[in-house]
Ligand binder design. Sequence first.
Ligand SMILES: [Fe+2]
Ligand SMILES: [Fe+2]
Length: 448
Amino acid sequence: MDVRLSEVLAALSHALDITEGQPRGHAERTCLIAMRVARQLDLDGPTRSSLFHAALLKDAGCSSNAAKVAALYGADDADVKRDRKTTDHLQPGQSIRHLVRATAPGRSPVAKAKHLKLLVAHGSTGSRALTELRCERGAEVARAVGLSVTAEQAIRDLDEHWDGRGYPHSRAGEQISLCGRILCLAQTAEVYWQDGGGAAGACGVARDRRGTWFDPALVDALRATEDDHRFWATLDEPRVASLEPVDRLLHADDDGLDRIAGAFAGIVDAKTPYTARHSEGVAEIAVRLSAALGFDAQQQRELRRAGLLHDIGKLGVSNRILDKPGKLDAGEWAAMRRHPTWTLEILQRIPAFAGLAEVAANHHEKLDGSGYGRGLTAAALTLPARILAVADIAEALTADRPYREALGPDEVLAIMRRDAGTSLDADTFAALEALLPVWSPVATPVAA
Ligand SMILES: [Fe+2]
Ligand SMILES: [Fe+2]
């Protein structure tokens, strides 16, 4: 199989959008704006190619600081991040309003005060560290899927500002890579465009922050596009693949698709400390079970990808829920139960992964209809989906969770045996009984 990398990354960027608290399509629209600026500046092919791919993966590190953001603010990480995107933190008034609004929303004054104190203690040094983690992690993902060094650096520089007051390294002016400067401008312009401001909003925020956040020459290039009504009016149309520089199309073969699935598994697993290696572990167990059940190499490969990507919809679930040490309330549980649907929606948009989307999304379904997702029953659940369901539970039970320590193989099998033949597939469970006593969790996260 050989597919355009841009098609896969554009679709997967929607998973990054929801983690970042942005409406879906944010990264794609950022890419369109960045490429429009590149056209205005008549940038060369290699630079445009790096800029194009970096824009789609710019938020690949966003999951790595989500748990910390949620814990510090006592709020949904995506809500905090969305609010921050329209805050100029150099303006004390805006910064304070953001803190008051985003910290422990809807909770008691005591809870709010507690989190504000935490945030003050965390300070700008802590914020810098969180941004660095996010940028470095994003750059690692870019490298893992085969992007250029220029693209990697652009992702590292995403939050640096022209005047040297950005994060994480306070680089200034042309110390910041050109693609990084363009991305910083394009992503902010996009937020103000979709916030109801349209072209005027996008160009207005660029003008207001000219010479502080943004490179003046780039702002001028963007503002010169304000009268391009057709461009701004069609920003929401999915056409990003058509802007990839034609002389530098990047393709992904089967190995490349495996690397992309592995990299996104790493992004999903980085969202919460309690699932540090879950996706890779599920993929590994599922492949071993499928081999025991007679799957050929290609079928195992597909199942491995499904295992790596099965929880991609969790990128849309708040860390306040994922990391909650106690029982989830009804609303939290409802949010948690939506993640398989998001997995389905995200993967179905990628032709190369469409065949495994159903399998991946059905990992919480049970043969007797007692699972969740769409409440399917045995007749609708294929053997790959049944294997993935068993692998998902087995991996989760062998890992530490906020409310209990990891269980040993005998305990895991004793718990799962009760459901074998009723809600879990009996043949798959028999294969697990042979595998689990000799299986040890993977040692290193994917794409690290
Ligand atoms: Fe799940
Ligand atoms: Fe899972």
